[in-house]
Write a protein that binds this ligand. Sequence first.
Ligand SMILES: *Cc1c(COP(=O)(O)O)cnc(C)c1O
Length: 429
Amino acid sequence: MTDTSHMTGAGTFRTSPRFLSSSTIGKGSGDASDLFGLGAGFGGCFAPETLMANLIELESLWLDAREDPAFRAELDDLFTNYAGRATPLTLAPRLSDRVGAEIWFKREDLLHTGAHKLNNTLGQCLLAQRAGKRRIIAETGAGQHGVASATTAARLGLECVVYMGARDAERQAPNVRRMELLGAKIELVHSGSQTLKDAVDEAMRAWVEDPDGSHYVLGSALGPHPFPRIVADFQSVIGREAREQILARTGGLPDKVVACVGGGSNAIGIFRGFVDDREVELIGVEAGGHGVPSGEHAARFSGGTPGVLHGAHTWLLQDAVGQVRETHSVSAGLDYPAVGPEHAALHVGGRARYESATDDEALDAFAAVAELEGILPALESSHAVAWVMAQAEALRGERVLINMSGRGDKDLDSVLRARAERAARGGRS
Ligand SMILES: *Cc1c(COP(=O)(O)O)cnc(C)c1O
């Protein structure tokens, strides 16, 4: 089905290129990749007029907070004593034997709530609290970011409203219950395709209606500036820890760092730790779905082109006239038509390489990690492992660091269903 929701005015806000006032652009940031405007060609703030005041306020709030040692100390305390950081770095000996490379996992699956998303919600909710806001608004697709937001809101005593497409809510009923148990209010979205894209629109709308009382906690390194930077900033703790840990354990850096890429937050989080180490190759693995040639996938860098969605100029799955294409992946967290703009810049600059793994390859990788390492990986993270397994020949003898972005307990139904379907097709189950 062709999606036209972005054509209806403020809908998916792809129009009206806007930039934050030049007085705030770049304040306190000397980063080389300038994503404030379109300095590196990607990012920007293609937001409707009604959102600009919120975004400008958020930018200055964040620029102040990141320079404030008290804010950092409070976040570090939550990371350590609530969320369980630092997460371990685990050698995967049996998978290493199978592949013929030295494979390490950064264990974000062991973070409280079972994935890296809590790093971002803790950071953003502290920002909201700092600004005196009582309520947070979040969008969620599969429910993982909704659960992390509801968890954090409960811990900090904030009200939490989660927007979720009605179709997603049906598919992810256990996460809806989980969020409700944590005290969040779920707003079902019945517009458009009733999935994540529509939930983002509704959450933005709710934020515009209550700019003083609420903060919008965006769930990935996506959206209009300053969101991609804020999220990457909070997730970069993954890469900082991983670099220290692998140096301490092996005395050297990895040859490759591999992470799955949905919106791109776990990948940018680990890449940030190594981006200045030119000898370390950075590889992002997107959802190949039924294979890129089939058209049923979410591999933006293989099948997409530059365009604007949800406020940022980035890489996008769209047709020749700019209609956003439907995506497919066995893993809900990778099933999104656009990618965070910092990845678009890394791709064009050649600093990172973007590959894909299919549904079937991810399911095989899930089985391998379960049976060889005693870890049930998230289906999202399984894509990163799948690419490494497929590249065994090329990686022989190398040291490879994989970001294990989350645990797979949430995916058991999907895995069992997919295995049954494959068995029916006569494939490997
Ligand atoms: C949400 C999610 C992802 C995808 O999101 P990114 O922003 O690309 O990291 C990957 N892995 C897990 C476990 C997730 O929950």
